[in-house]
Design a protein around this ligand. Structure first.
Ligand code: C2O
Length: 346
């Protein structure tokens, strides 16, 4: 398995990166503690789409982001450091335990879904703690249903803590998102055509193209392997494509959302990943193959891989892939999202 070490060095940032140039979170004075499940009596958080939850809930998310932004930058729970945590895991800054010459890369492999689930889990709990609202659930950006296919308005309000000035201006709302967008340019389609196209992309990525764990979750990546062996269908699109579509195409690296190192600096990153995480649940639970549910890997190299993340008490926690496989045990679920693409066979 790939076991993350506490040792973190300056990772590899792209040329012309924006500061900070070093993404390692503050070092922990004590050894990491092992993850333990939340109390089963905790309220179940239900993550719902931005277009469903309403203004009041979005104002809460905005307040959580503002509170995180106002923590001292030395606090690992601050928005600044949370963005850095993602940066560290995608620039090879964290070392692999026992292999100080090798970095941990959580994209383009089977670590993609479990890492981001663990990362969001702690981000959501930090938000809930700062809000003093133990049941707070992260809103999700459900770009796979027509009502969510575009940057939600509230993120485009320049006065909101959810606004990020480093986004593609021509993709501000009400622009309809293109789920298999690449930098090669815009498609010449009407909104209705784009929506239909998007539903077909979803069908391909979730159903017809994702019949095996390796096709959906990504290729195996074990200690000592070359990084980025290959992404799963959804990691490639809409995950990467929506990052690129959101980022500012006039910047050298399509910051903020369009490049790994800076993506976590946009408050839209977290609702984007909420939707990615929801699709993992959907793939496993709702898409029957014959009569069988789809199953994750059962390979110990996957199950025993682990990450180091800070919890809501600012303690460094070691969490394994095995720890994140049951959302119910993590006390959250998804609600109020349809799957209109399930029948959109091209
Ligand atoms: Cu770690 Cu959406 O990227």
């Amino acid at each position: 398995p790939i076991v993350t070490d506490q040792l973190c060095i300056k990772g590899e940032l792209p040329p012309d990166a924006l500061p900070p140039f070093q993404c390692c979170p503050p070092a922990s004075a004590s050894e990491p503690i092992n993850f333990t499940f939340p109390d089963p009596g905790e309220p179940l958080r239900t993550r719902r789409p931005v277009h469903v939850v309403g203004d009041e809930h979005m104002a809460k998310y905005a307040r959580a982001v503002a509170l995180m932004k106002s923590l001292p930058v030395s606090d690992p729970r601050s928005f600044y450091q949370q963005a850095n945590v993602h940066c560290a895991y995608c620039t090879g800054a964290h070392r692999q335990a026992g292999r100080p010459d090798m970095g941990v890369q959580i994209h383009f492999s089977w670590l993609f879904f479990p890492f981001h689930r663990a990362y969001l889990y702690f981000f959501e709990r930090i938000a809930a703690k700062l809000l003093g609202d133990p049941g707070f659930a992260l809103p999700i950006w459900s770009w796979d249903v027509p009502e969510g296919m575009g940057i939600p308005e509230v993120f485009a309000d320049v006065a909101s803590p959810l606004y990020d000035p480093i986004r593609e201006p021509s993709h501000a709302p009400p622009k309809v998102a293109d789920l298999d967008f690449f930098l090669q340019g815009e498609k010449n389609l009407t909104d209705q055509e784009v929506i239909l196209h998007n539903l077909r992309v979803m069908y391909r990525q979730m159903v017809s193209g994702a019949t095996l764990p390796s096709l959906f979750l990504g290729q195996p990546y074990r200690a000592g392997d070359a990084e980025m062996p290959g992404p799963g269908t959804v990691e490639w699109a809409p995950h990467n494509t929506m990052h690129t579509w959101t980022g500012d195409s006039s910047r050298p690296n399509a910051e903020n959302m369009g490049v790994y190192y800076s993506a976590g600096r946009d408050p839209l990153f977290y609702p984007h990943h909420g939707n990615i995480d929801r699709l993992w649940e959907t793939w496993r639970n709702d898409i029957a193959v014959g009569r069988r549910r789809r199953a994750d890997f059962d390979d110990p190299d996957w199950l025993d891989s682990s990450f180091l993340l800070y919890d809501e008490e600012a303690r460094l926690v070691r969490i394994t892939v095995r720890d994140v496989l049951d959302a119910d045990k993590l006390r959250y679920t998804y609600g109020d999202v349809a799957v209109p693409w399930l029948t959109a066979r091209p």
